[in-house]
Design a protein around this ligand. Structure first.
Ligand code: SAH
Ligand code: SF4
Length: 339
């Protein structure tokens, strides 16, 4: 018999389990806290449960069935885990610590590989393999917590995969992060390449988390060269969907913009981007391109990054530059390929 995996279960499911084992609902709450708040690795560590009960529970359940295959620590403190699921597939999850804050941000994957195939992204080069289940998504944050003994405070869906093409599993994971891990909805960000029908769906659901859009170019001709999704969901319609999302939810979105030397980092692109974003309620996060194998793109110069930033700031937007994290261990944006 396959054992029940406790990680990823909801409070209701723990209660059903407690009932099955003839113990009170209070035990369900204790198990819940051991799993999500104290991040134990084994049932034996659940020391406020009697030894008998722990033995009974161990016969039918275990904490987790994923393995850490490799763990790499970057000079800047970023940790990258390669996690292996029981079917043998692996996925990365990254923990970023920012020195100036107490925040611990987990960058999680939503799929193994990705079907969108952006030209600049190592995950895209891998192709699409499969969706991750809700508990496989949740397991990534639990793996970090179990390994470090720390509690994650922020989650970004910016690892492998297009989260909006796996909403059926991503939304329940969001709920678990929020309710079980007690991570505030506003500390969770979902990043998308721009899947319009799903953006509309999130607007209907009035999602409380932050939506981030990978814009990367303000005009279709250039966007098409780097993001094939532009052919299916072109910028004018994408903009309508974003406006609708902002109207319905009342929330500001994040625009991610990838700066590639001489392609998307030019003066002209900066001006066009500020025009494109003029009437959108958004913050902008500039991402200097991180080199990957298999393409000819180059990093932007510091000057062009600063020029881009200042042009957008002139249009009244808040602009940040994404710090490169973990590049020495291939954990930076776009470098995740499950290798
Ligand atoms: N699939 C989603 C979320 C994962 S990617 C999306 O594309 O939005 C997270 C961010 O990293 C995206 O903005 C993506 O465009 C960016 N990215 C991908 N490859 C990159 C690279 N080589 N250098 C810098 N950023 C990259
Ligand atoms: Fe997929 Fe995002 Fe990579 Fe594009 S950037 S291939 S959407 S993971």
């Amino acid at each position: 018999m396959n054992k029940i995996i406790l990680s990823g279960q909801t409070q209701d499911e723990f209660e059903i389990l407690a009932e099955k084992l003839n113990v009170s609902k209070f035990r369900a709450r204790q198990i819940h806290n051991w799993i999500y708040l104290k991040s134990v690795k084994t049932i034996d560590e659940m020391t406020d449960l009697s030894k008998d009960f722990r033995e009974k529970l161990s016969e039918i359940a275990e904490v987790s069935d994923v393995e850490i295959t490799t763990k790499q620590i970057s000079q800047d403190g970023t940790i990258k885990y390669l996690i292996k699921y029981p079917d043998g597939n692996c996925v990365e999850t990254v923990l970023m610590r920012f020195d100036n804050r107490a925040n611990l941000t987990a960058c999680v994957s939503s799929q193994i590989g990705c079907a969108i195939n952006c030209a600049f992204c190592a995950t895209g080069k891998r192709g699409f393999i499969r969706n991750l289940t809700t508990s496989e998504i949740v397991e990534q944050v639990l793996t970090i917590q179990r390994d470090t003994g720390l509690r994650v405070t922020n989650v970004v869906f910016m690892g492998q995969g297009e989260p909006l093409l796996n909403l059926g599993n991503v939304l329940p994971a969001l709920k678990i992060f929020n309710e079980n891990f007690q991570i505030g909805a506003r500390r969770i960000t979902i990043s998308t390449s721009g899947v319009i029908p799903q953006i509309n769906k999130l607007a209907e659901l009035d999602m409380q988390s932050t939506l981030a859009l990978s814009l990367h170019a303000p005009v279709s001709e250039i966007r098409k060269q780097i993001m094939p999704i532009e052919n299916k969901y072109p910028l004018p319609e994408l903009k309508k969907a974003l406006k609708n999302y902002i109207d319905k939810t009342g929330r500001r979105i994040t625009i991610e913009y990838l700066l590639i030397k001489d392609l998307t980092d030019t003066l002209d692109m900066a001006k066009q981007t500020s025009i494109f974003l003029r009437d959108l309620k958004c913050n902008i996060n500039l991402i200097p391109y991180n080199p990957i194998d298999k393409n000819d793109f180059q990093k932007p110069s510091n000057n062009s990054v600063m020029r881009f930033k200042s042009i957008l700031e002139h249009s009244g937007k808040k602009v940040t530059i994404r710090l490169e994290r973990g590049a020495d261990i291939d954990a930076a944006c776009g470098q995740l390929a499950g290798k």
